[in-house]
Design a protein around this ligand. Structure first.
Ligand SMILES: [Mn+2]
Length: 365
């Protein structure tokens, strides 16, 4: 049985004070590809699941893993809960429904429970905390688990995964999965235009249009997807905001406050709930403005918690601040959720955390 122990059996935290640099080697991703093939050989059907309210990266990487399963003559299912869908993903599901072969692989958590057999494998993509699963009870059915993720490893973790491929230097789970596809594709094993497009869409979202967290590897992988005829204009369509979303974003932006010369905080109200995509897109939009290096967006979420989405251009360590408020993420992209607070209270906690960490905010190691 193959086991990846590189990122430690116990949670180890590193890179917390610096932007990520390339740590992963081609040798490692090739080894991951080989390890995954072996696991496919030894297991039954492949069930692929992302986090709740999956974003384009979760969908793209899930579709990518289903290609890998196909290359290895495995039957694959992508678990989707149609009740928890964000607008970007809704557009992407419409595209998937146009392609029967891909559509057939979509499955509800309930149906997955019925189909799951003892030898079957679960691949977790774009997340690794079991409690974030689209269906935690489905997760609990599996004892064969593979994790492919680009978020820094947290304490909550599956107990005995067969393979852990967590690479926080990668832009996205879609980037990691595409690399694996590159190693396994051949004249007979090809990815379709839509599959390539969805992987490219995942990378585009997680890099905010290739502006943040990109490395040379990111562009290599994107270029490979283009050779597989990924459709860049379809990507733009999938990611386009509709008017209602646009208005919600501009409303949030209108309620912003400049905390320092290059940090802004925007906040909604306790009465209006926003989905996490709106908050993230607002932060991205604020960041695109001149001389803003850090953006925080505080909103009441649809689950009743107060969420903070944080983004930076790479000069400010937003991860540090989100961690001090119980959240996590990356140097340039992090978030937290607060319980039993009002939006205003969350804002005061955030402002205090920014002040407290001011000395370390701009430090790169
Ligand atoms: Mn992601």
């Amino acid at each position: 049985m193959v086991k990846e122990v590189r990122e430690g059996a116990k949670p180890t935290y590193y890179g917390g004070k610096s932007a990520t640099t390339i740590k992963r080697t081609r040798v490692r991703s090739r080894a991951m590809s080989t390890a995954l093939r072996k696991i496919f050989d030894e297991t039954g059907d492949v069930f692929i699941m992302g986090h709740r309210f999956p974003d384009m990266d979760a969908i793209g990487s899930a579709v990518g893993v289903s290609c890998l399963a196909r290359f290895n003559q495995k039957k694959a299912y992508i678990v989707i809960d149609e009740k928890e869908i964000i607008p970007d993903v809704e557009r992407c599901l419409t595209e998937i429904h146009k392609e029967p072969e891909l559509e057939m692989q979509l499955i509800t958590p309930e149906r997955a429970m019925e189909l799951k057999k003892a030898k079957d494998l679960l691949v977790m993509v774009d997340y690794h905390k079991p409690s974030l699963s689209i269906s935690q009870s489905l997760y609990e059915q599996f004892d064969k688990i593979v994790i492919i993720d680009h978020h820094r490893r947290g304490e909550e973790f599956p107990s005995k995964p067969l393979l852990t491929y967590i690479e926080s230097s990668a832009s996205s789970a879609s980037e990691l999965v595409t690399e694996l596809i590159q190693y396994q594709s051949s004249r007979t094993n090809r990815i379709s235009r839509l599959e390539a497009t969805l992987l490219l869409a995942g990378m585009t979202v997680d890099t905010n249009n290739f502006n943040v967290r990109t490395t040379a590897r990111t562009f290599d992988v994107a270029s490979y997807l283009k050779t597989c005829s990924a459709d860049a204009s379809l990507v733009q369509y999938l990611l386009s905001s509709d008017l209602a979303t646009y208005l919600e974003i501009s409303h949030l932006i209108a309620h912003n406050e400049q905390v320092t010369e290059d940090i802004v905080v925007a906040a909604g109200t306790d009465e209006k709930e926003y989905n996490s995509v709106i908050a993230a897109k607002t932060a991205d939009t604020l960041l695109s403005m001149v001389n803003i290096n850090g953006a925080f967006v505080i909103t009441k979420r649809t689950d009743g918690l107060v969420g903070i989405s944080a983004r930076s251009t790479g000069t400010i360590n937003v991860q540090l601040i989100m961690e001090s408020l119980g959240g996590g993420g990356h140097f340039t992209n992090a978030a937290t959720q607060l319980e039993n607070v009002t939006v205003e209270e969350a804002k005061q906690q955030l402002l205090a955390a920014i002040q407290e960490n001011m000395n370390q905010l701009y430090k790169k190691e």
